[in-house]
Design a protein around this ligand. Structure first.
Ligand SMILES: [Zn+2]
Ligand SMILES: [Zn+2]
Length: 343
């Protein structure tokens, strides 16, 4: 089969590899759509411990069942499917406590974790355990299906704050995760959504996705604008989908006393925090990672037709163009926001 193989920093090639065979309990999937995640771009930059070459990336995808391993009865050839890519162990202390998303023994399809690498969906075919297969409803396209994984990350992040109904919400970063957060916040009834982003085309997209106010922090200090627009109270919740020193600091300044900042972006390794102010203002900070049951919830939302995740897809290219697409996204030559590749 053809696959995009990551060989090292800046080196991804479209090559022939052996088509994987589903073992007992596994399913072979013909990939129909696979999207490029920011974490894949970090891998390509050679900056991620979670992408060790040689590796076929791709953890956001949809496809059709092509072949069943021995003993598989829950799906049949031709079924439209997506896959829960988090292959947690189910037996460790984290899993037993319900934190399957942060299982230390897990593999994730298309990545390298402590437990090892698992080839992903930037290929004609990918293998997945049958019990991780989720049916894709007929009225959800393959492209939208590929975005259910990142949407699940966002739905999980939102669960950490409970209801958004009637709340003022700020979202730092209007990349794919930020944009899905904006759409989800509106879906869950947020009163106003403020979006902060330094790229103007992404601010435009943020508006399309439902942001009520867009702010370019290179032109004005976001926390100043937000404080002015909230009678100096601040917003109830901030989702930081960037995670740099500046956004972490400004998030704490724009959130109301007693409010919550959700950290979802993986920008900086370490940041400084105004600790005393955070204590005295009773601020909540919560990291969020991956998802637990939220892929299923994401499917239900898309099935209802009430959220148009496909609008953030700005580029659909053949998988064979992957090397060019990765290079252009990382070098900044491309203005694409979310890219989907079709094998
Ligand atoms: Zn991802
Ligand atoms: Zn575990």
């Amino acid at each position: 089969m053809k696959a995009l193989v990551f060989y090292g920093a800046g080196d991804i090639r479209y090559v022939d590899v052996e088509t994987p065979e589903p073992k007992p309990g596994e399913v072979l999937i013909r990939v129909k759509a696979v999207s490029i995640c920011g974490s894949d771009l970090n891998g390509y930059r050679g900056k991620s411990p979670f992408r060790v070459p040689p590796l076929i990336m791709g953890h956001e995808f949809s496809g059709e069942v092509a072949k069943l391993g021995e003993g598989v009865t829950n799906v049949k050839v031709g079924d439209r499917v997506i896959v829960e890519t988090n292959l947690y162990c189910g037996t460790c202390a984290n899993c037993k406590a319900g934190f399957i998303n942060i299982c230390e023994n897990r593999k994730i399809i298309g990545t390298t974790m402590k437990a090892g690498s698992y080839n992903g969906a930037m290929a004609e075919y990918v293998v997945a355990p049958a019990n991780k297969i989720i049916p894709l409803p007929d009225n959800v396209s393959f492209n939208a299906g590929a975005l259910i994984e990142p949407l699940a990350n966002v739905l999980h992040a939102i669960k950490h704050v409970g209801s958004l109904e009637g709340k003022d919400v700020a979202v730092y970063g209007a990349g794919p995760i930020g944009l899905l957060t904006i759409m989800s916040a509106k879906y869950f009834g947020a009163k106003r959504v403020f979006a902060m982003e330094i790229l103007d085309n992404r601010l435009e997209m943020a508006k399309k996705c439902g942001a009520d106010v867009v702010i370019n922090p290179t032109k004005e200090k976001a926390s100043h604008v937000i404080r002015k627009m909230t009678d100096d109270v601040g917003v109830d919740v901030v989702f930081d989908a960037v995670g740099f020193a500046e956004t972490v600091k400004d998030s704490a300044e724009m959130v109301r006393n007693g409010g919550t900042v959700i950290w979802i972006g993986l920008g900086a390794a370490t940041v400084e925090i105004d600790y005393k102010s955070a204590v005295a203002r009773e601020l909540g900070f919560k990291g969020t990672y991956m998802y637990i049951t939220e892929m299923l919830e994401g499917i239900e939302i898309l099935k209802s037709g009430k959220m148009n995740v496909e609008q953030i897809i700005t580029g659909v290219y053949p998988l064979s163009e992957g090397p060019r697409v990765f290079e252009e996204l990382v070098s900044g030559k491309s203005k694409d926001i979310k890219v989907v590749l079709h094998p």
